[in-house]
Write a protein that binds this ligand. Structure first.
Ligand SMILES: NC(=O)c1ccc[n+]([C@@H]2O[C@H](COP(=O)([O-])OP(=O)(O)OC[C@H]3O[C@@H](n4cnc5c(N)ncnc54)[C@H](O)[C@@H]3O)[C@@H](O)[C@H]2O)c1
Length: 314
C-alpha cells in the first residue's frame, strides 16, 4: 500500500494535488505537511519544516512513507527578496528529501521544476535539452535541483521524477509569489467587478496551464512505467501561451465591463522577459503520452464558472 507525504501541501499546487491523490489512493494514504497549518484539517497533517532533516526522517518512519511529493519552495518574485534564504529552502530542502528517499529506500519522489530554468539564451519554443541561463535565484535553484535529481537517480537509483510547470492558473488557493500570478488575479477582479491592474506589459507572452491539467500531468508522470522515462530532470510541459492583453480580451467576452490598466513592476517584468514565451514538450508527449486538455478559452470559461460558485457560497 502506498503512503504519500506531500511537503508544502498548503500551497497553490499542494491543496489540489493532495485532494487528487486522496481520491486515487484513499484519505489515509496521503499525509499533508507544511510549515503552516492548513485552514481546514480534514486529512492527516504534520507541521514540518523540510529543512529539519531529523523531523523529516521521523515523519517518514512514523507514517511508513513510500513516496514523497516535495512541493515546498520560494517562488520567482518572492525569491528575489532574499536570495540566500531562497537558495537554502529550495536547495537544502530538496537535498534532505533526496537523502531520506535514498536511505529509506522510498519508491518514488516528485520534484516540481519550472519554466524559470530557461533564460535569455534559450531559443523559442524552448526545447527539452537546450541552453539554460536562469536569471533568478529561483530558476538557478530549480535548474540545480533538476540536476541533483538526475544525479540521485543515476548514482543511487532514487526514482525521482520532475516537470517544468508553466504558470499555473487556479481558483482554489491563491498563488504564492510568482511572476505569472497576474493570470490568476485577473479572474478574481473580473468576478469581483473590480478594475484589474496588471504588473506585466500587455504583450508579454508566457506559457500557462490550468491546474486540472497540471495535477493530471503530475499523476500521469508518477504512474508512468520507469522504463518509458528518458529523463529524470524536469520534463518540459506545455498547454497554451498568452499575453495579458490576449487573456484580458478573452475574459472580456464573458465580462464585457472588465477594465485593465498597466502598472509595470520592473522586477517581475525583467523576470518574465528572461523566460521563454513558449515551450516544446514533445519528449513528454512521446515518453508518457502527455496531452493537455485546457486551452486559454476553456480555462477562462472554467475559471469564471468556479470562481462565481466560490463567491456565491461566501
Ligand atoms: N504555481 C506555479 O505557477 C508554479 C509554476 C512552476 C513551478 N511551481 C512549483 O510547484 C511547487 C509548488 O508551488 P506552489 O505554487 O504551490 O507554491 P506555494 O508558494 O503556493 O506553496 C508552497 C508551500 O510550501 C510551504 N513551505 C515553504 N517553506 C517550507 C519549508 N521550509 N518546509 C515546508 N513547507 C514549506 C509554504 O508554506 C507553502 O504552503 C513549487 O516547488 C514551485 O516552484 C509552481
Amino acid at each position: 500500500m502506498e503512503k504519500i507525504l506531500i511537503i508544502g501541501a498548503n500551497g497553490q499546487l499542494g491543496t489540489e494535488l493532495s485532494a487528487a491523490l486522496q481520491t486515487k489512493y484513499g484519505q489515509d494514504a496521503v499525509i499533508g505537511s507544511d510549515i503552516r497549518k492548513p485552514q481546514e484539517e480534514n486529512s492527516i497533517f504534520e507541521l514540518l519544516d523540510v529543512l529539519d532533516n531529523d523531523a523529516l526522517l521521523k515523519t517518514v518512519k512514523k507514517h511508513k512513507i513510500t513516496q514523497i511529493y516535495h512541493l515546498a519552495a520560494i517562488l520567482s518574485a518572492k525569491g528575489e527578496e532574499n536570495p540566500k534564504m531562497t537558495w537554502n529552502i529550495n536547495m537544502n530542502g530538496l537535498l534532505n528529501v533526496l537523502e531520506v528517499a535514498h536511505y529509506e529506500k522510498l519508491k518514488k519522489v516528485y520534484y516540481p521544476s519550472s519554466i524559470a530554468v530557461f533564460g535569455t539564451t534559450t531559443p523559442s519554443p524552448a526545447p527539452q535539452y537546450t541552453s539554460m541561463n536562469p536569471a533568478t535565484i529561483y530558476g538557478i535553484s530549480k535548474r540545480a535541483g533538476e540536476q541533483w535529481c538526475e544525479y540521485y537517480f543515476n548514482k543511487y537509483g532514487v526514482d525521482v521524477r520532475s516537470l517544468r510547470y508553466p504558470g499555473l492558473i487556479s481558483y482554489k488557493t491563491s498563488p504564492g509569489g510568482g511572476t505569472t500570478d497576474y493570470a490568476v488575479d485577473i479572474f478574481y477582479k473580473a468576478v469581483e467587478g473590480a478594475k484589474f491592474s496588471c504588473f506585466l506589459e500587455e504583450n508579454t507572452r508566457l506559457p500557462m496551464m490550468y491546474m486540472p491539467d497540471a495535477v493530471r500531468a503530475t499523476m500521469e508522470l508518477m504512474e508512468a512505467p520507469k522504463e518509458s522515462l528518458s529523463t529524470h530532470e524536469g520534463y518540459n510541459l506545455n498547454a497554451f501561451d498568452c499575453t495579458p492583453k490576449e487573456l484580458y480580451n478573452e475574459l472580456k467576452k464573458h465580462v464585457p465591463n472588465l477594465e485593465i490598466s498597466y502598472q509595470i513592476d520592473k522586477l517581475r517584468q525583467s523576470i518574465a522577459d528572461s523566460w521563454s514565451d513558449t515551450v516544446n514538450d514533445d519528449v513528454a508527449r512521446k515518453d508518457w503520452n502527455w496531452n493537455h486538455r485546457y486551452d486559454m478559452e476553456s480555462t477562462t470559461k472554467d475559471m469564471l464558472l468556479n470562481l462565481k460558485k466560490k463567491f456565491a457560497v461566501k
